[in-house]
Ligand binder design. Structure first.
Ligand code: ZN
Length: 350
């Protein structure tokens, strides 16, 4: 089968590999739609260290091709979404409610990390009964595929932000995760949603997804502006959806005492992430910092699919570009360089 791989740090391309076989509890899925993620670019640039011929990708939907003898809930031909994070559900971390950290920190992240990913004609899913979900007939593949990561991570950011009903929230960076966090904040009942970015297309989308006010940080000081909008005391909740030291510091600065900072960003650079000491109340302002990695699992996917099915959120507005699988190299380069206002490129398999 055809796969799209990281050949080595900084190099990508197509490679032929055998179609994987399932273990007793596993499934093999034939890919129909996939999305390229910014973290695929991070991986190719060395974020998780060197890899050789590792199949990229972790956001996909498809049709079940083959299942192991012990799989109960899925049969060949079923349309399925699989979470980007495919935890080991028997692990103590999963039992404690932290399935994304199963095995070790971030251990639920297997695709294009510790095993081949989903940019392939077929891919392998461990623990199929727990990690796959049926796609309702009324939900298109190109919408369902957002449940794998963008909806799950973005909504997690809003859930972790503990936004009080009617409360105020600031969202730093409006890439696909920040935009889904915006939709999530609205679903959580936020009374004032402030989105911060500098790309006009993203600011406009944020308003569509529920932002009441958007701030272009290249024109205005986002900290002063957010604090002023939040009655001079700061917001109840701030979401960091970039993974930048400055945006993280700004999130701490604009959050009022007793509030919550929810980090969804991937902090890939530098040795430290800094907490501004005085804005943190010298460690005593009762500000909570919560972190999380995209939640996976069947129950999570089913809930997200319900939101899509009922029209509570339309993630397909994020699709700015479409490519066929054989145009993957071009799509990847475009995403890598964030050309042409790209937000999410959808990859269609034959
Ligand atoms: Zn992703």
């Amino acid at each position: 089968m055809k796969t799209f791989v990281m050949k080595s740090i900084g190099r990508v391309g197509f490679a032929e590999k055998p179609v994987p076989k399932p273990g007793p509890f596993d499934a093999i899925v034939k890919t129909t739609n996939a999305l390229i993620c910014t973290s695929d670019s991070h991986t190719v640039h060395g974020a998780i260290g060197p890899r050789e011929n590792l199949t990229l990708g972790h956001e996909a939907v498809g049709v079940v091709h083959e299942v192991g003898a012990e799989v109960r809930g899925f049969r060949p031909g079923d349309r399925v979404v699989v979470g980007a994070i495919t935890p080991d559900w028997g692990d103590p971390a999963s039992q404690a409610g932290h399935s994304s950290q199963s095995g070790q920190a971030l251990g639920g992240w297997k695709f294009a990390n510790i095993k081949d990913g989903v940019f392939a004609e077929y891919f392998h899913v461990n623990d199929a009964d727990a990690n796959l979900a049926h796609i309702p007939a009324t939900v298109a593949d190109e919408a369902a595929v957002y449940c794998a990561d963008m909806l799950s991570t973005g909504l997690m950011a809003a859930e972790n932000a503990a936004i009080p009903m009617g409360g105020t929230v600031a969202i730093f960076a409006l890439g696909p995760v920040g935009l889904m966090a915006t939709a999530g904040a609205k679903l959580c009942g936020a009374g004032l949603i402030i989105g911060i970015d500098n790309v006009p297309r993203r600011l406009e989308l944020a308003r569509k997804y529920g932002a009441d006010v958007t701030i272009d940080f290249s024109r205005q000081d986002p900290v002063a502006e957010v604090v002023q909008l939040a009655e001079g005391v700061g917001v109840d909740s701030a979401i960091e959806a970039l993974g930048g030291d400055i945006t993280f510091q700004n999130a701490v600065k604009v959050t009022k005492p007793g509030g919550t900072i929810s980090n969804a960003g991937y902090h890939g650079g530098g040795e430290f992430v800094h907490i501004p000491r005085l804005d943190w109340g010298v460690g005593m302002a009762e500000k909570t910092i919560r972190t999380g990695l995209c939640p996976g699992g069947r129950l999570r996917m089913e809930r997200l699919l319900r939101l899509v099915e009922r029209g509570r959120v339309d993630p397909t507005l994020l699709t700015t570009h479409r490519f066929r699988f054989d145009e993957m190299a071009e799509a990847f380069e475009m995403m890598d360089e964030k050309r042409d206002g790209i937000i999410k490129p959808l990859i269609l398999f034959g």
